[in-house]
Design a protein around this ligand. Structure first.
Ligand code: SF4
Ligand code: SF4
Length: 70
């Protein structure tokens, strides 16, 4: 299982994580206060191969990935 954690106070909804994930595991969602933030789709916990591209591309360093199998 892989956990994807987005620091919502850092994410500014730029979509770079969405664009870079070859498995298309990220999407942008609307928040109650009219912003967009990144979220992984539900299946991401099982499918993600922990390439870390999303984490490394995020200009805000908002993404943390924890591989619980390691
Ligand atoms: S790359 Fe970072 S700042 Fe941009 S949408 Fe993804 S988590 Fe948010
Ligand atoms: S670590 Fe790689 S496969 Fe997993 S969500 Fe990020 S970009 Fe996608």
């Amino acid at each position: 299982m892989v956990k994807h954690i987005v620091a919502v106070d850092k994410c500014r909804g730029c979509g770079k994580c969405v664009d870079i994930c070859s498995l298309e595991l990220w999407e942008l969602v609307d928040t109650d206060d009219g912003k967009k933030i990144a979220e992984v789709i539900e299946e991401a916990a099982e499918i993600c191969h922990t390439c870390m591209a999303c984490r490394d591309t995020c200009p805000e360093e908002a993404i943390t990935i924890i591989n619980e199998d390691e």
